[in-house]
Design a protein around this ligand. Sequence first.
Ligand code: CU
Length: 170
Amino acid sequence: MKREIYAIVALLSMCGAASSQQFEKDGLVIGHPWTRATPEGAKAGAGYMTITNKGKDTDKLTGGTFEGAEQVQIHEMKMEGDKMTMRQLTDGIEIKPGATVTFAPGSYHLMFLSLKKPIAKGENAKGSLSFEKAGNVDVEYKVEDIGALKSSDGGSMKSDDSKMMHDHMQ
Ligand SMILES: [Cu+2]
């Protein structure tokens, strides 16, 4: 019994610490960026977060950078009929004033391509997001377990369909 109580306390304090993981620039608030550790030899990873526009003007996410990746693309996954498909959004994603766009497994995500080394759990991974008006915003991604479907700190999550994730990573 005692042990269970300790576990809960540890979990609560972790949540408290993580809620500060937020990055801001010119009214754009980027909440809980997270990614997954990748197995040895994997060439791609994915990034998730929420982006809220608290400013007065529409802005647009146009891309970004990720440490160790040669390229970062904006992708969207969605169901077409009974098939999950993924496509690149080459025009970026508009974020209107007052709107929050959620990047989560099975939905919008950033794709980190041509990784030079695996994404390792333990340390935060550095990257940046590029916006049409706000410019570049530095962010840090919390690194979760390989195959994680959501961030342990309560980050974005839209789907818990593990088959979907599996298809995506292939
Ligand atoms: Cu993708």
